[in-house]
Design a protein around this ligand. Structure first.
Ligand code: PEP
Ligand code: MN
Length: 337
């Protein structure tokens, strides 16, 4: 349930209502808008005496939230959440592009890619150090050495870094190197991991599971929010369907849908969404047109030599061309790039 306070409610009236809700055994989440304050009531499905709250001074009305996700819902938090990371903001007017290799392979490969994406206008460097691979015989990532290289690339280029964390026990280690913690599609419903990143002092990039509904994605975000971390960026990266020409089917409608249901920023991953570098540019353009707050794109200096996901990785020159082709679309939808 949310309690909508009157526009002229005083600080004392707001505090009074919050205290009453806590006395009733619920937690309170204050959302202070420009016009009015909204008090979110968090707790289990226990009944709460709405009329009692509605009679209190300064209260305009109460509204039950029927959706299973509360903290992630737009009713609870009507304004867009803007996540800030080292001076880059995600979810505002400015679009954000995260780019880099699928996996960190070597110092040279990472630095070459980092400089190339930075010079083309990317805002954040991506790169996997711990790789969740379908086959146990495939390259599994450089581990901590990969994290060290990402930190080095950040030092040299100034780009914040996003990288995947696969296990709860690894959250402190990854947090000590990364600016954004990525939860991969395969781990979207790893509740112990969601709990751990919910406690971490870093923004989280939460990717949609390949067989997950939008509601399940928002429920996964709810886990992170309910453990105290509200800096979450959602990512549509394609879901599995019967289509075989593409690696996944990118659900473009998820972008405006999530924007309606939630206040959290949404980005699109056209690389894993399609699996084909030729489709990355058109799908990126569609994502921006549909209202995405940004993109995460795989780039490799020599895709034919990549240790993972070469077929969907752009060469630096193609990435630079893509960035240019996005500018008019960004402008058309009132965003900047
Ligand atoms: C990735 O972005 O490195 C990745 C493995 O993607 P996903 O979890 O979406 O498959
Ligand atoms: Mn990849």
């Amino acid at each position: 349930m949310i309690v909508v306070m009157k526009p002229d409610a005083t600080t004392a009236q707001i505090a009074n209502v919050a205290a009453r809700i806590e006395q009733m055994g619920f937690r309170v989440h204050l959302s202070e808008g420009v016009e009015r304050t909204i008090i979110g009531v968090i707790g289990n499905e226990r009944p709460l005496d709405r009329e009692q709250i509605e009679r209190m001074d300064g209260v305009e009305r109460t509204v039950p939230i029927l959706r299973p996700f509360k903290l992630a819902s737009r009713e609870f938090h009507p304004h867009d959440t803007v996540v800030s990371v080292n001076g880059v903001t995600i979810g505002g007017k400015q679009l954000v592009v995260m780019a880099g290799p699928c996996a960190v392979e070597s110092r040279e490969q990472l630095l070459e890619t980092a400089w190339a994406v930075k010079n083309a206008g990317a805002h954040i460097l991506r790169g996997g150090a711990f790789k969740p691979r379908t086959s146990p015989y495939s390259f599994q990532g450089l581990g901590e050495e990969g994290l060290r290289l990402l930190a080095l690339a950040r030092e040299e280029t100034g780009l914040p870094v996003v990288t995947e964390v696969m296990e709860p026990q690894m959250v402190p280690l990854v947090t000590s190197y990364a600016d954004i913690l990525q939860i991969g599609a395969r781990n979207m419903q790893n509740y112990a991991l969601l709990h751990a990143v919910g406690k971490a002092q870093r923004p989280v990039l939460l990717k949609r599971g390949m067989m997950s509904t939008v509601e399940e994605l928002l429920m996964a975000a709810e886990y992170i929010l309910s453990h105290g971390n509200d800096r979450i960026i959602l990512c549509e990266r394609g879901i599995r369907t019967f289509e075989q020409y593409t690696r996944n089917t990118l659900d473009i409608s998820a972008v405006p849908l999530i924007k309606q249901l939630s206040h959290l920023p949404v980005i699109v991953d056209p690389s894993h969404g399609t699996g084909k570098w030729e489709l990355v540019e058109p799908v990126s353009r569609a994502a921006i047109a549909a209202g995405a707050d940004g993109l995460i794109i795989e780039v490799h200096p020599r895709p034919e030599e990549a240790l993972s996901d070469g077929a969907q990785s752009l060469k630096p020159s193609r990435f630079a061309a893509l960035m240019e082709s996005l500018r008019p679309i960004a402008e058309a939808v009132g965003r900047t790039l």
